[in-house]
Design a protein around this ligand. Sequence first.
Ligand code: NAI
Length: 265
Amino acid sequence: MSDPLFSVEDQVVLVSGASRGIGKAIARGFAARSARVVITGRDPAALQQTAQELEISAGDTKPTVVPLPCDVANERQTDELTEQVLSRFGRIDTLINCAGVNRRKPAEQFTEEDYDFVMDVNLKGAFRLSQKIGKAMIRQRSGCQINISSLNNDRPLKNVVPYAMSKSAMGQMTRALAMEWGPHGIRVNALAPGFILTDLTRRLWSDETMEEWGRSNTPLGRLGQSEDLIGTALFLASPAAAFLTGQILYVDGGFTAGWAWPIPE
Ligand code: NAI
């Protein structure tokens, strides 16, 4: 039996960057609870396959999962995406800005192309979607936006300067939009994942020294899985979070809670 306090049933939910990783897991979480989910990404074939997988994995609930290709770094495509979602469903209840990229190198070696690549997707692309979908949410006088930030919002990791900049700016975007759009009935929050094993990070964490450092500095004693983000995303989109806006929730196993110093037991 579903609890209405935590229900996302019948919501129209748009998830960017949902062909794999965290976005795909979150989309699966919503689809399995009878939300109508639009998944976006750049590659139409990958998206189609993900949609089929999500429909099969939800089993008897027969979910609505609609794949609509869109590169969030392309303004025309985000316009088309917004129009397509609205003409199909007439409304949009929850936007999840999950599309993200990273490049790692020492600060002095980043080129302008590197910088633009990361910023255009992680920050400008997210703002663009927030704004376009926000206009529809203002008209309908309700909505929820969830931005997938990072623990880099709190403390930057070495060798990812543009990424860290994009994610902390996303945190500020979250608070600023919450301030402006609260009076329109729109809630804007962010999830800041810790170290999650996905295609974006798997090679990094296959290094033994890295894995040991990540695990021993995470109070819950493990690296995260994409599925670890589902519950908090559902909570933020549900009536249970009706009075919660402008917040950044760290889903990081406690990594940012304090310092794991090597004091003898
Ligand atoms: P991933 O690389 O597995 O998935 C990223 C998704 O974004 C893919 O579906 C990709 O196609 C899509 N994407 C990339 N550029 C796009 C564009 N221009 N337009 C539309 N879609 C695009 O990465 P992962 O790990 O699932 O990351 C998802 C989000 O979570 C990202 O925003 C990332 O920064 C964030 N994050 C991930 C963490 C981790 O440890 N994996 C930690 C903190 C934040």
